[in-house]
Write a new protein. Structure first.
Length: 100
């Protein structure tokens, strides 16, 4: 999970203050997986401010959670999957986080 803010060239710049970005990456090497996620986030015109959490996940972790399993499976097919939990420009309020 990354903490990031949209760059001025991002379509989200005017209505989004920032986001937690969950990244699923289909690679067993931690450093390579992080670089793949970073490249994908930067490609979408976001500036990474930090890594909030990092962990190795297996399919078993999502038994009974179909939404999370979809993200996991998307990463297996596409190499990675990003889910943005955004907050408004006026600040970071967990109650205002919305998937984007």
């Amino acid at each position: 999970m990354f903490l990031a803010r949209p760059l001025p060239s991002s379509p989200e710049f005017t209505d989004t203050g920032g986001a937690f970005i969950n990244a699923w990456v289909a690679h067993s090497d931690d450093a390579i997986a992080e670089q793949i996620a970073r490249d994908a986030i930067i490609e979408q015109a976001w500036q990474i401010e930090g890594v909030e959490e990092r962990k190795l996940i297996s399919r078993d972790a999502y038994d009974g959670n179909s939404e999370q399993m979809e993200h996991f499976e998307e990463a297996l097919v596409d190499g990675y999957c990003l889910v943005f939990f955004c907050w408004p420009p006026n600040g970071k309020d967990p109650d205002d986080l919305t998937p984007g």
